[in-house]
Ligand binder design. Sequence first.
Ligand SMILES: NC(=O)c1ccc[n+]([C@@H]2O[C@H](COP(=O)([O-])OP(=O)(O)OC[C@H]3O[C@@H](n4cnc5c(N)ncnc54)[C@H](O)[C@@H]3O)[C@@H](O)[C@H]2O)c1
Ligand SMILES: [Zn+2]
Length: 362
Amino acid sequence: MQRLHVTSGSFPYDVIVGRDAWRALKKFAATRYRSTFVLTERGLWRRWGKPFCAASGLKNARTVWVPEGEASKSLKMVERVAAALLEGGADRRTLLVAFGGGVVGDLGGFVASTYMRGIDYVQVPTTVVAQVDSAIGGKTGVNVRAMKNLVGTFYPPRLVLSDPAVLSTLDKRAFRSGLYEVAKHAILAGPPLFNQFERRLDMLRPRNAPALGPLLAQAAKVKVNVVSRDEREAGLRRVLNLGHTFGHALEEATHYQRFLHGEAVGWGMLAATRLSKRLGLLASPEAERIEQLIRRVGPLLPICDLLPERVLSLLPRDKKAVGGRIHWVLPERIGKVRIVADVPRRAVAAAFREVQRVEWHE
Ligand SMILES: NC(=O)c1ccc[n+]([C@@H]2O[C@H](COP(=O)([O-])OP(=O)(O)OC[C@H]3O[C@@H](n4cnc5c(N)ncnc54)[C@H](O)[C@@H]3O)[C@@H](O)[C@H]2O)c1
Ligand SMILES: [Zn+2]
């Protein structure tokens, strides 16, 4: 088990990763709170509620259900959850436990940050994406219309408890989608994690917690280090957007139907790698290794049918900057990325066309 330490403007908190991480809730919650509510999904809780309560010592916790899926990240759901908390007697000395993937975590964090002007919450992430990314850093939010995370807050959890054993029930595709985000952290972190990910990739399966644990702990550490230095995305935190510029555009171009988020990021990282190489920022052998690693995570559904002009028109722009420049996160080598604005559109289009032709073999 590893205990990682996050510094935040509000208060420091720990991210505990490894087998039996859930146990840490016992000591933490013992005397601090008058009541505990768990926000989760019904199917997930049916499978994991008992072992979680046994390990964490939660007794008499009330549960609040949300339907699974991105649609639960809505203001309507915020209202419903708040009403359920009120009805159950939750007050300012209530602890909210968000038990689930990024959807439950983002929604739970947002509710916690606003219910009675803020109550404490703990993240118990149950997907790869949530364990290495969304549960850490205190970004909360819900979607409004098609705009992802339009309404949100920075509100850190008091504790994050990640046990890799819970990943054993993830389906293969969801699991693999999370591995693309792990690959992203490996590219950002550099050789030790990158090499380890390369070596262990074939052993990473939902049920192989012993192989997953140490690797996910290191991937989580990448996020911990970044948000500890730049909680509110003044600069450094932007590096976490590697692969997300193209990724978001691809998700939108396919109406969020074709790809899981991590898969779109997988394509996005391939495109960013090609773009970086094209701009002369990344040398061939390193580009090759990055590309190989992403491809080894697994095949992605094709994008050859998408019109490049359409995808390019959907690239997310910086809303805070005049003219809405696009900030590209481009790998310069394994372990180093550079943020580049003003990349010529021609180069972007050419890089995209190149990856459209990438073929996958199982
Ligand atoms: N706050 C942040 O910094 C941040 C960062 C990255 C992503 N996100 C957000 O996270 C969300 C995506 O997260 P996600 O990929 O975890 O999606 P998710 O929460 O929808 O989970 C994916 C699916 O896995 C199921 N599931 C969860 N845990 C399971 C388990 N242990 N066994 C079996 N099934 C399980 C869920 O029911 C769901 O169907 C997006 O809304 C994204 O915007 C936020
Ligand atoms: Zn992501």
